[in-house]
Design a protein around this ligand. Structure first.
Ligand SMILES: [Zn+2]
Length: 179
């Protein structure tokens, strides 16, 4: 949880109260999927938070810069995302569905715009970016960067060689000790 991005909403439910603008730049945790991560975990939030009946609706934009690795040539790739957001917050657990829960802060209903921003960004980050549509770099599936494990001599089970340090532990072990 982010904690610092809670917006109290009780006031917004009063008649005639205009929606509240929430414009902030926040550093959120875990803004990474695979090799693609948000620069500095920094998310620019520009949301309007208003009431719709007893629901609270947060809508607007979330912006991030991201950096990752081209899936073909493994060179760095970067980009910018501007994500449209519209999420509903509802206190009724039974009807959670696609809504976010209303939280309570000192007895007052509030919403966590950080959670909304984080979810929106993680869904939108490219999973396997390309540096360009025409990237012809080595395909990691055909040319693995990691060496292929050597197969032992024929007929022998390819048992990985034991770390010699384990022998010391073996010597310390009581005879008949399973393990
Ligand atoms: Zn590439």
């Amino acid at each position: 949880m982010t904690g610092g991005l809670r917006v109290p909403v009780a006031l917004l439910r009063r008649p005639g109260v205009a929606p509240r603008e929430v414009r902030t730049t926040a550093v959120l945790e875990g803004m990474r999927i695979g090799t693609v991560g948000v620069d500095g975990d920094e998310v620019v939030i520009d949301l309007e938070v208003g009431a719709s009946g007893m629901d609270i609706v947060a809508s607007g934009k979330v912006d991030v810069d991201w950096t990752g690795e081209c899936r073909r040539c493994l060179e760095p790739v970067c980009g910018h995302l501007r994500i449209d957001v519209r999420e509903v917050f509802r206190s009724d657990d039974a009807d959670a569905g696609d809504t976010y829960p209303l939280e309570s802060d000192a007895g007052e209903d509030c919403i966590d715009v950080g959670a909304v921003a984080r979810d929106a960004v993680l869904l939108a980050l490219p999973l396997s970016p390309l540096c360009g549509d025409d990237c012809a770099g080595p395909d990691p599936e055909r040319f693995p960067a990691m060496p292929v494990e050597e197969v032992g001599p024929e007929g022998e089970a390819a048992e990985p060689e034991r770390d010699p340090r384990w022998a010391v532990l073996d010597a310390l072990r009581e005879p008949g000790d399973e393990g």
